[in-house]
Structures are given as structure tokens and as C-alpha cells.
Ligand binder design. Structure first.
Ligand code: FAD
Length: 334
């Protein structure tokens, strides 16, 4: 059996950031990921200034294309749209297949392709598949993380679950503007059209799972309607719209309920369900939690949920959105 001081299960942004921080402080770390990188990851790929600051890189040091996003925000029920998105800083888009692979390599951490199935405790150690043992265990395996399943079975609330569908494809005629459609056709969530580097565009839709359950509507039907609307707005041609095969993936929004630390075991990123409650932004909170868990392992501050970014919007924007969205729902219910 191989002993490593810290094992991180999952090499997405949360896991690779945790590994990066520990490795550069000369700690003994291993990342286990079931897939080989570069790998496909469903995601609109919207990131912020804060992500870049936390990861200590800028547009010039990133080896792939990173787009400065010009935003257009549409809110159902309002006859006009807004320039910009009232988040804390500037917005960019990346392609996850490139971004995650670059982060993992840059972490300088040893990575082994291994699908983690079983985890058990043996006194002070965690034993993984009877092959690896470690003193610190970090769950960074995304929504289906085995560490969450085995050690933190009650860590997430079903009411915070998001259902999503998206498609990313090369579309050289894509518009350079990023469009966000809030409360699109009544969904508690939003739809997006995100231009990316190298002529790619990402189109998707995400909303609270309980909205689809309670309304008896299917996200697939909403996605088809959304494609039709994009065609009407000349953002997509009909032939492309009819050829798209969208894919979905659930994840969870932030809540204070549920633990992220149990002894020397930690949950970070989507495995803990930390995405911002207003925008479902998960990359930033994943990176923040990866750094916090690493600092805890190094004996610095204790990792709690308090320091995680819970809202993507700034304070005034949150108040305006709350009023607009509240009024919209009241009108719909009458
Ligand atoms: C459609 C969609 C659009 C989104 N758009 C945005 C956006 O624009 N901006 C944003 O900030 N967030 C967005 N998010 C959320 C964001 O993608 C996630 O919050 C983020 O990827 C979380 O990172 P992570 O490292 O926790 O998990 P992941 O990126 O999911 O990485 C988990 C890793 O764990 C590995 N793994 C899983 N199980 C095992 C196992 N048993 N053994 C070993 N390895 C395992 C996986 O292979 C994977 O590499 C979106 C999500 C979806 C679904």
C-alpha cells in the first residue's frame, strides 16, 4: 500500500488548486482522478477577476484563448436589456477542457488515473481501495464525489440542486457578446449564450431542480424553445440549432447546512455544493475552498464555509434583482 500525506480525489479546479498550494509548500500530495486529462467538462466557462487573482495568473500568462466578455443581461418581463452584468469585477470566458488541464499540469502535483470506489478509516489513516493510505483526505470529485458519499452522506440539500443542459461547439459566426436571460420562460434560473476563444460558443440553460419537478415541465423542452428564440434573434442558424445534442449535469448551490470538514477529511468545490446562490458560479468557490482546505492542512486557519463567496452579484445589484425577480413571480402567480 502506498502512503501519501494528502490524497485529493478529483483533479478539477478545486482539487488542482488544493494540490497546487500544498505542492508549492513542499507537502507530500497525490491527486487521483478517474479520467485522463484533458477531459470534457460541462460548463459555460465564465470566470471572474477573483478567480484569476486567487490562481495568480492573468490573460498574458494563460496559454490558451481567454475572452474578455461584453455582457448583455435580459430579464423576463422587462421590455429592455442591460449592458454588463453587475458582478464584483470583470468577466471572462475559458474552455474548461483547456483550463482544467492547464491548472492540473501547473499544480506540479503527482496525478494518477484511478477511479476511487471505497474509502475506509484505519485509526488515523484513510484507506482508499486498499491501495493508498493518507493522513489527510480531500474530496474534490464533483457532484458524485465518493468522499462525500462515504464520509459526509448528509452534506447537501436537495432543494439547492440545479439541473442544467448545455452544448459547446465551434460556430465561427457567433456573436462576440455574452447574453444572459434571467427567468427565461419562467424558469427559476437563467439561460446563456457565451462566446469563447477559437470560435466556440456555449449555449445552455440551468435552473432549480425543484422548479422542474413542481411545474411538471422538462428542461429538454425549455432548451428547444431557447434554441428557437436564439434563431429568431439571429444568434444561431436553424441548421445548427436542429443538430445540437445537449447534455446535462446536476450540481448544488451554497448553503450553510452540511459539514465541509470531518477530522482530517475535507470537502471542496462541487462535492461540497458551494456554487453561488444567484448565478450558480462554481469555479470561483471551488478554487477558494481548495485554497482554504490546503491552508487548514498546513496548520494555518481552519477551513469553514464562512470565507467562501456566496453571491456573484454585488450588494446593490442583488437588491435590484431580488425586487425584479420577486415582482415577476408575484405577477406570474396572479
Ligand atoms: C452546464 C454547467 C455550466 C456551468 N457554468 C459555470 C460557469 O460558467 N462558471 C462557473 O464558475 N461555474 C459554472 N458551472 C459550475 C462549475 O462547472 C463547477 O462548479 C466546477 O466545475 C466545480 O469544480 P470541481 O473541481 O469541484 O469539480 P469538477 O470540475 O467536476 O471535477 C471533479 C473531478 O473529479 C473526478 N472524479 C469524480 N469521481 C471520481 C472518482 N470516483 N475517482 C476519481 N476521480 C473522480 C472527475 O473526473 C473530475 O475531473 C457550471 C456547471 C454546469 C453543469
Amino acid at each position: 500500500m502506498e502512503y501519501v500525506e494528502t490524497i485529493i480525489v478529483g483533479g478539477g479546479p478545486a482539487g488542482s488548486t488544493c494540490g497546487w498550494h500544498l505542492t508549492r509548500h513542499n507537502r507530500d500530495v497525490l491527486i487521483l482522478d478517474k479520467t485522463s486529462f484533458p477531459r470534457l467538462k460541462l460548463c459555460a466557462g465564465w470566470i471572474t477577476d477573483k478567480v484569476m487573482a486567487d490562481l495568480e495568473f492573468d490573460q498574458t500568462s494563460y496559454p490558451h484563448e481567454i475572452l474578455d466578455l461584453t455582457m448583455r443581461t435580459h430579464i423576463a418581463g422587462l421590455p429592455f436589456s442591460f449592458h454588463g452584468l453587475p458582478t464584483h469585477g470583470k468577466n471572462y470566458s475559458i474552455r474548461r477542457t483547456e483550463f482544467d488541464d492547464w491548472l492540473l499540469k501547473r499544480s506540479n502535483t503527482k496525478v494518477v488515473q484511478h477511479n476511487v470506489k471505497s474509502i475506509r478509516r484505519d485509526e488515523e489513516l484513510y484507506i482508499i481501495d486498499d491501495q493508498y493510505s493518507c493522513r489527510y483526505l480531500v474530496g474534490a470529485g464533483g457532484t458524485m464525489c465518493p468522499v462525500r458519499r462515504e464520509i459526509f452522506p448528509n452534506s447537501r440539500m436537495k432543494s439547492r440542486q440545479l439541473t442544467t443542459l448545455e452544448h459547446e461547439f465551434k460556430y465561427p459566426a457567433r456573436e462576440e457578446i455574452c447574453h444572459l436571460y434571467f427567468l427565461y420562460r419562467g424558469i427559476q434560473g437563467y439561460s446563456w449564450y457565451v462566446p469563447k476563444g477559437d470560435g466556440y460558443v456555449n449555449i445552455g440553460i440551468g435552473g432549480k431542480s425543484k422548479y422542474f419537478r413542481n411545474s411538471g415541465t422538462k428542461i429538454q423542452d425549455h432548451f428547444q424553445l431557447f434554441l428557437g428564440d436564439l434563431v429568431k434573434q439571429n444568434l444561431l442558424d436553424e441548421e445548427t440549432a436542429s443538430s445540437l445534442k445537449e447534455t446535462g449535469h446536476p450540481y448544488f448551490l451554497f448553503t450553510y447546512e452540511g459539514e465541509v470538514k470531518n477530522g482530517s477529511c475535507f470537502l471542496i468545490g462541487d462535492s461540497a455544493g458551494l456554487a453561488s446562490v444567484d448565478m450558480g458560479e462554481g469555479i470561483g468557490p471551488g478554487i477558494e475552498s481548495g485554497l482554504l482546505a490546503a491552508r487548514d492542512i498546513m496548520g494555518e486557519d481552519e477551513y469553514t464555509k464562512d470565507a467562501i463567496t456566496k453571491y456573484s452579484f454585488g450588494g446593490i445589484a442583488r437588491a435590484i434583482m431580488k425586487r425584479t425577480v420577486g415582482r415577476y413571480h408575484a405577477v406570474r402567480q396572479n
